[in-house]
Design a protein around this ligand. Sequence first.
Ligand SMILES: *Cc1c(COP(=O)(O)O)cnc(C)c1O
Length: 398
Amino acid sequence: MQDGSEVEKVIYLDNAATTRMAQEAVEAMLPFLTELYGNPSAVYSLGSGARKAVNGARRTIAGAIGAKQEEVYFTSGGTEADNWALRSAAEACQERGKHIITTRIEHHGVLNTCAYLEKMGFEVTYLKVDGDGLVDPEELRAAVRPDTVLISVMFANNEIGTIEPIGEIGAIAREHGILFHTDAVQAFGQLPIDVDSLNIDMLSASGHKLNGPKGIGFLYVRSGLRLCPLLHGGVQERNRRAGTENVPGIVGLGAATARALRLMKKKAERETMLRDYLIGRIEREIPYCRLNGHRTKRLPGNVNFSFSFVEGESALIMLDMKGICVSSGSACTSGALDPSHVLLALGLKQEEARGSLRMTLSEENTEEELDYVVESLKEILRKLREMSPSYEAYIKTL
Ligand SMILES: *Cc1c(COP(=O)(O)O)cnc(C)c1O
């Protein structure tokens, strides 16, 4: 079928890329895709019903991070929230200074916005990370200058799962009176977050990473901070982001957030168990592999390995033929395989970075599925290594 509606049973291990929608999020959205189609700005009850639903979702989301309702602005997703946070902070603070501190392992939503701001005359310090992907708070402190106006460090990394010391970073930002933004797209709904105790001023999140719909996310902005409008037009989102609200998306995000909060502990326990089972089997049964990312300060569902002598992209394609969805540590840009900037920042060599696979689990995966994945991986890596000149050369040195 050409519309993609033919669904084959797959083993889905790419939950950091996107997730399957929770049934309760789908059900919450359905009325707003059908009979409850009113514009939230309209005064008759079909409209005010939509307005109430939007505000209900806003309340749930604010409550999830210890924020106030009016501090949550809906966006089209994580990328938009990152762009908005950085550009607005830069614009609002440029009189005070034009220096920004971020890290080398951010998502491109942050990195490419920083590159844009550099073109606009800002200076950006990209902090390095250690071999596990952790930012050193003391290095951050040393990078602070009198003209530093913004610090942006992600809560948890999407490729290697490493969870950053956000509390310590927030404390340093607060101590110096510098705005602190965190891209929490991978953490929101997975880890407990309290914006006050962590001194977070701005936070980005996205619906489709927590079993909600695609094309919806939010930016939290601490009250009292100046937030420059992203889109000019109507008065939606308190005059900051004009345009009729994505009511079904917002309602779906609210329902997904409520579900994620309710299941957070159980989900984390199960995913951590599955994660450590998969890591353990790979380390015991597959030679020449290296776990990427911190072993314990790690998102519950994240597994990332480099396998020597292979291209991750080739393994990915062969796994796909067995119905297994994973992602590799390289992206095909303009026909060439570019190794991931995150893996290079850990200090991996180009070929190690290109030989990596990311497997991100959900609580719905089973040990039986992971057993099948490990057996498939063993077979595929054996085949690829048999064809690999670098493996052949290495074996001769033994
Ligand atoms: C997925 C992701 C984003 C982008 O979110 P979208 O809603 O897809 O735009 C940003 N940051 C991180 C860490 C992500 O994992």
